[in-house]
Structure formats: structure tokens, C-alpha cells
Design a protein around this ligand. Sequence first.
Ligand code: PEP
Ligand code: MG
Length: 883
Amino acid sequence: TQWVYRFGGGVSDGGKGDKNLLGGKGANLDGMASIGLPVPPGFTISTPMCAHYYEAGENFPDSLREQVASGLAHIEGITGKRFGDPGDPLLVSVRSGARVSMPGMMDTVLNLGLNDTTVEGLAASSGDARFAWDSYRRFVQMYSDVVLGIDHYIFEDALEIAKEDKGVSLDTDLDAEDWRTLVGVYKAKVEEALGKPFPQDPMEQLWGAVAAVFGSWQSERAKVYRRLNDIPADWGTAVNVQAMVFGNMGDTSATGVAFTRDPAIGTRAYYGEYLINAQGEDVVAGIRTPQYLTKAAREAAGARAASMEEAMPETFTELANVFDLLETHYRDMQDIEFTVERGKLWMLQTRSGKRTAKAALKIAVDMAEEGLITQEEAILRVEPGALDQLLHPTLDPSAVRDVVTTGLPASPGAASGIMAFDADEAERLAALGEDVILVRVETSPEDIHGMHAARGILTARGGMTSHAAVVARGMGRPCVSGAGALSIDMESRVMRVGGRSFNEGDTLTIDGGTGEVMAGKVATIQPQLAGDFGTLMVWADKGRRMKVRTNAETPADCAVAREFGAEGIGLCRTEHMFFDPARITAVRQMILSENEKGRRAALERLLPEQRSDFIEIFRIMAGLPVTIRLLDPPLHEFLPHREEDYQEVAQASGVSIDVLKRRVSELHEFNPMLGHRGCRLGITYPEIYEMQARAIIEAALTVAGETGEAVVPEIMIPLVMTTREFELMKAVVDKAAEAVFAAGGKRLDYLVGTMIELPRAALMAGEIAQQAEFFSFGTNDLTQTTLGISRDDAGKFLSTYVDKGVLPKDPFVSIDIDGVGQLVSMAAERGRAARDGLKLGICGEHGGDPASIHFCEKVGLDYVSCSPYRVPIARLAAAQAAL
Ligand code: PEP
Ligand code: MG
């Protein structure tokens, strides 16, 4: 088996740059080498080795050892240096690299190959003893941290002590001798912690680092990240070993990170940061404040330190050419790491850059308009779920803001919430339903769960490419980073800024688009749906087959959904209209009635209310299809449960507390979800459905009369399990409709269909379809009843199920294709076989989930229906599914 793939110096073993085999980083290094870009030579150990390593009890096969040796020989041949050579040693970096970039994993070990002997060789060959010893101490620190698992704080403490002893404050004030002494201290600390010395043999160092990369694939952080991002555990990671180049060899050396377009807003401008005389991690770690890449960016920011364009004009021009080449080659915005070693440019990494939803949209639309990609590709470039970021409110410009400080606008969007000072606390508060702003000095991969739980992230340190900024953009969380005026006291859990102090738990607002940090909550406004968003949606709508409807019952929701492009209502849950405080008394009277006569009296009072609801909805939907579902939930939901409410309700509904209590206990159910709900209510109390049908038909006639256009209501019967249930309910609806027609002398067309939300209904779909005029899959209940998992109680254990791989995802969020999906496709097939052109839709939560929408496209449903804010997501996902 070939495990090792070489690159650099005119070689690119990877051929097509296969990400599945070489991981993202390896594939792109190979890709850059193949188009002749200056890539330091190296090799990639392919991803299948990761699984192989675990299967072999965390051991490497001999074949790998041989191939790694020839990989090293490749690097040695090109650089003319030898690994472990005491005179002029080859140093390498070792990096992980999965198919997709994964912040949870071991990232990098630099300067590997240094030891007590080779450091002298490096000092001699570079002519810079300080550089050599600084590199060595960085290596000991990094290797000990990521490979040997020794807490990096002990090294940082030692460094602080060394600076104090010397009476200096900057690292740059330490000389070669100081670093040499510090290396001694570091090594002693390692020996103390480990009970054995720091490894001196470069080969032992190399294998240690390779094992650590594979080991990090199974770290807790990596597992959390995989779970949040649906990355399968069996993908594995690759390992990249590459010759070191140095950005810290004086003032003609530099290192930087860049994006070929702006990752926050998507404009076409080189965007990035660099540092003269520094190594890569200095830029990302936010230890020194990086400088701008271009003159324009520097001027726009009003910064003084020279941009790369000004400080190194020739190298900058070369770099800009590389940016253009890479964009044309990869046909996407690239995120790049580079180093300049004594005036020579080296490309260390390129990958498709993470971007905000706003930038993703703009870049996709721009690139299609530039002719770099097609419209179809543009549609596929934008992740539907990411649109969420654009559909949510931003700060109201006219609202009063109490700005306490301004940091960097690292990830756009506005968020308000209470402050939490660590990730665990953020997660805890979010679980209690609080909106949380995670406030940190800087974030690290250990914070990822807290960042996910938070509405927004605020950090005191770090640049635009800091961990917090990159991760927040990827997650779509608003983020303000590098708010340097903040001082966060973790001991007393207080944040101080400009003479004011805020306690953990106080409310804060951040605007990730401007960098502003505000005290208290600030009002927000709705998003703009024109521009790039509108353009992409037009393209998506051209490519889409399925219709997109919405689940809505209030006029406000209907209006929002229409603005978002809903093509009808797929589910109007009428019970939500019954909860209205103005009506609840009549509803309760109906429930408390001992007989039909009493119920009818109460229903008479509800009729005009329902009718006016439907009139309003039909007006807003202006001829678009509207599916109205008859009453579904168990009746006890409408009755009081708390002692203090009984009195009030008894009085208002004219019964004694005793009667009320008796009725509540009669209605009590052990399993209300499996109890007296859905059409079972209509079977036992047909007068309820009769009133609702009448209200719907009367409303439709009213609106049709106003506009002269046909209104075709779709009346839906919930929780059907037998054909007979449907027949009985359809008869009630038809009879009510006929009565309305007879009374008013006018008719209209209407449909009576059913929800398919019980396994038996799915099985009997062929028979039911002979009576029902449409099906709507209620996948919430269908999931609940197929899996036998209560939708209301699943939260307690489902995450454990997902963690342990029992279920791949939460089946209430993304449809269980294997099980529930099977019932859906079977019912669709049987239904259509029984009735030509049977209209099929889905109205469970899954109707707004991109993966489930792909499934619906496969099954050939006519439409999906989802909550108003998910309508654009569904439009895009439906287009992607159809392409
Ligand atoms: C469903 O069960 O999927 C559905 C849409 O109905 P509800 O969520 O109201 O039970
Ligand atoms: Mg249901």
C-alpha cells in the first residue's frame, strides 16, 4: 500500500490532489506544487493510515517506516540538508490535516529535528545563534505541549521569570544565551513532569509527532467538533511533514495569513495580516499585533505600521500573482499561509477560506458574474443553513447605544445576552434557555462548546484571523475580537473597561459588523433581502422543482413567510388560534361541557373568531394554497394545571372548582401524545371539526367574493391511522361545506386530505389515498411513533445517543432516512399508485432541514413546508437537491 505521497521540487505524487486520501492540507500542498508554486518540499501520510493505526493497536506498519524514510530522503534531496545532521540540520514541521479543516485537532509542531547538537549546527549555518536557540525553545515548548501533553503554562511561567530576572519585558530583549539557559530550564521541567528526558533523537521526535496527530483525531475536542459538524469518525486525518522555512530570520523575513477576498463581507480585495521577523503562530495567536497586507487596508484602518505592499513591494507583487493563480486554479476564495525567508516567498498552505454567510453569498454571486464559476455552482457554494445568519436581525441604527468599547469586527451580526466568562458556564446558561455572550481573554479550541452555545463571542485579545474570529465566522456567531481595552478578572469574575465594571451575568450587546460592545440590550431590525441574496434566490428558484411552503398560523408569520418567498401554507395549526387569551374561555367552556349541546353553544362563540382568522390568512396568501389542519392536541392542554389558576378559570367559565378539578382529572392522560388527540377528537366530538370546516369554507367564500379569484382551501385531518377515520371526518367536512353552500347559494372547490404521521397510516397509504385528496407527512409525529421516542422527552438522552453513534444525528432535526424515510417513500409510492397525481408534502420540522430536503427531492414530494425563517434555506436546499 502506498501510504506516503511526496510534493515539492517538481514532484507531486498526489496527482489530482485527492482530499479524501491526502486530507485538505495535503491535497492543496500537492496541488500548489503541481502548478509550480514555491512549496517547501515534504510528504503526506494518507488518511487511511489513521484507521489502520488504531486497528493495529496504535502501531505503525513497517511499510510505513520505509516509506517515511524515502519521504525524508525526498526532502533532503531538494533542500540539500539532512535530518539530524549536526552541521546543517533539516528541520521539519508536522501538521494534521483532515478532509475538512478541524480546529479540534492537533495542529502543528514546528522546528522538529532540533536537539542539543543540531541546534549548534543551525546556529552555525544560519549565522544566528539567537534564532537557533529561540527556535529550539519554541520546539521544546510546542512538542511538550502537543505531543507529550505537558501543560504549556509551566513554560510560559518560566519565560516570565527569565524576563523578570533580566529586568526586561519583551521576548525580543532576550539574547542567545538567555534562550540557551531557558532551553535548559524547559528540558528540566519536561524531565520532572515525565520522569524521562526530552527526546533528543530526531526520528523518535518525528514518530512521536506523527502518533500525536493520529491520537488527536480521537481527542474530546475533535469529537465535539465532529459531532457539531456531522463529520464521520472513520474519515481519519492525514499527517503532513514538510521542510521548515523561517519567517523569523531578520527583517527581510516575514510570515502571514491572507484571504484572496474579504472573508467577512466578500469584497474582492486581498485581505490579511503579516508580521516581519516572526513565525506563523505569532500571527494567529494574537501575541503581537499584526500589520496589514495592503496599503489600502492600512490606510482605511488609519494604522501606521507599514503594510507588506509598502515594506516588501516585490515580494508582495509576487504574492498577489500567486493569489490570482490560486483563485483561478481552485475557482474559490482561498485562505493562505505564507512565509518569506530572507526575501524568498514560500507558500505553506492554501484552502477554501471560511467565510460568513454574507461573504459566501457575495463571493458566489460575484464569481458567477465574473465567469469563474457557473450559476449552478454558485447555488451549490452557499450552505443553506448559513443563510440563517442573514435572515436574523441586526442592530437598529436609531436605537440608543451605550458603547463601552470597540474591538475588531470579526464576525458580523448582532447579539445580546448575559455574559459568561467560560465555556462551561456559557453552555450551562444556554441550556437554561438564556441568551449568552461568551466573554474571554482569547479563545482556544477547548472553548468550542461554549462558543457554540453562545449567541455571540467577545474577546479581549486576538486579530481578525484569531481562533475566535475564524471559528465564530464558521459557526455564524457574531464575534468581536481583540477588544484590547477590556480587562477580565477571572478571580472575581468582573469585566472592567473604561472605569466601568460588569459582572458575569450582566447583559451586553455586541455588533460583529462594527466591533462595538454595548452595555445592556439594544433594539434590532429585520434584515434586507435584496442584493446578492435576491440574485442567488432567483437563480435557485430557476433550478428548483419542489415548492416551498410555510408552517404559519398568525398573520405576522404569514407575512414574513411571503416576504421570504413562501409559495403557500403547508400547515396552519389551528390549535394555536385557540390559545388566544380572548378565546380561551370559550374553548374551556367547550371542553368542560357535559354534553353536545353545551359544546355546540361554546363552539358557536368560537366560530366567528376562527372565521376571521382564516379570512385574514386567505387575504395575505392571495390565492396561494393554504392547508389548514383541524384541531390536534389533547384537550387537557387548554385546562389549568396550577392551583392558583383554578379559581380564575372556574369563575370565568361558570363552573365550580370541584367540577373543574374533576374534569381535569378525567382528561388526564399518561401518554397524551398517544392519547385523545388528532382526529380522535373529531371522531368523539364531530361538532368541533364541523365548526372548523364551516369557518374555513365561509372564510374562503368571503375572500373569493372580495377578490373574484378562486380560493382553494386544503383541509387536513391529523393523526389518521385508519381509512375509516378519514372517511368519517371527510363526511363531517363535506356536510358542513354543503350547509354553507346551501345557505349562501355559492360553491367553491376545496380539498380534504390527511396527514401521514403514524406508521399504520404510512402502511395503509394505498387505501387511504383512495379517499384522501392529498398527503402531508407529519414527520415530527412519524418520527416519534416510528422510533418510539417521545418528542418532548428525547432531549434528556438523545445527545448521548448521538455521541455514542447510536444515531447519526438528532432524528427530530434531520430525518431518519433509513427508518422513517422508508415509511415516507413507501407511503408516497403506494399513495400515488392509488391516486394519480396525489399531492404530497412534508410539514414536520424536517421540512426546513437541508439534508431532509434532499431526501424529499429524492422521494419526489411536491413541496416542503417549514417555519417562516427557514423558507429561504429551504428554497436554496431544494435547488441544490434538484441540481
Ligand atoms: C408533525 O407531527 O410532524 C406535525 C407537523 O404536526 P405537529 O408537529 O403539530 O404534531
Ligand atoms: Mg403531528
